[in-house]
Ligand binder design. Structure first.
Ligand code: C5P
Length: 246
């Protein structure tokens, strides 16, 4: 297996408590993947569990999708960063003022603890959302792809380091935002696994080929009878593409 690619697999620890998460991390330890702590785990175990993973040497992406008025989001960013959380996300739909406030607060808080600015990604359109829902329920009449690309461009202009998007939009965003912009793509399903509630899905190989920096996979790994084997198979699929480490 190509170990350079390992950290580009983000395993979503969407479980109820730290004990279950520790069990998964232990099983996946030889693979050196990145972990995602989202709302389900964070709201129970808080930043302490994130710190536990970071202190054990793991890369951690905190997926809280911050979305509030600029001042409140800036405060949340300052709280996260001052506790050593340097990779997390905010919603692009919070608007440019909110994204700028997040970027500035992140830079300032990181400087205060002698760290480089955090990697803040903007959430574009959730991968569970189809174009029909976007049009019929949310009344956003633009076609999905140009809409997502324009959200990504404005995230970049606001000082964010990347976006969360479907791999289906990744190659367009890569062209517009350049090689250094980080693309995090959930909605990834290895061949033969269930879609769950995801709508715009692709395989790991397709996501990497489309220009994804990171792919996020939850249930196909965490609910597999052998999570390490499932993750290893996904890493193999990702390695099939001859791309260099970002
Ligand atoms: O289990 P599954 O692979 O569908 O998990 C995907 C993870 O990625 C979930 O934790 C979900 O919250 C997250 N996510 C997503 N779509 C986005 C942003 C985050 O599915 N646009």
């Amino acid at each position: 297996m190509n170990t350079d690619i390992s950290h580009r697999l983000i395993v979503a620890l969407d479980v109820d408590n730290a004990e279950t998460a520790r069990g998964l991390v232990e099983k996946l330890a030889p693979l050196h993947v990145t972990y995602k702590v989202g709302m389900q785990l964070f709201y129970r175990e808080g930043v302490q569990f994130v710190r536990e993973l970071i202190d054990a040497g793991h890369l951690v992406f905190v997926d809280l999708k911050l979305h509030d008025i600029p001042n409140t989001v800036a405060g949340a960013v300052q709280t996260l960063v001052s506790q050593g959380v340097l990779f997390f996300n905010v919603h692009c739909l919070g608007g440019t003022q909110m994204m700028e406030a997040a970027a500035q607060a992140g830079k300032k808080a990181a400087g205060a603890i002698g760290k480089p600015p955090p990697l803040i990604a903007g959430v574009t359109v959730l991968t569970s959302m189809s174009e029909t829902v976007l049009h019929d329920e949310l009344k956003i009449n633009e076609p999905l792809e140009p809409y997502v690309v324009s959200l990504a461009s404005s995230a970049q202009a606001c000082g964010l380091g990347g976006v969360v998007c479907s791999a289906k939009e990744a190659s367009k965003i890569r062209k517009v935002c350049g090689d250094d912009f980080v693309l995090i793509t959930p909605g990834v399903r290895p061949k033969g696994s269930a879609n769950g509630d995801q709508s715009r899905i692709v395989t790991p190989q397709m996501a990497i080929e489309a220009g994804a920096t990171y792919i996020v996979v939850g249930r196909p790994i965490t609910q597999a009878p052998d999570p390490a084997e499932a993750a290893a198979r996904i890493l193999e699929e990702m390695s099939l593409v001859g791309v260099s480490q970002p």
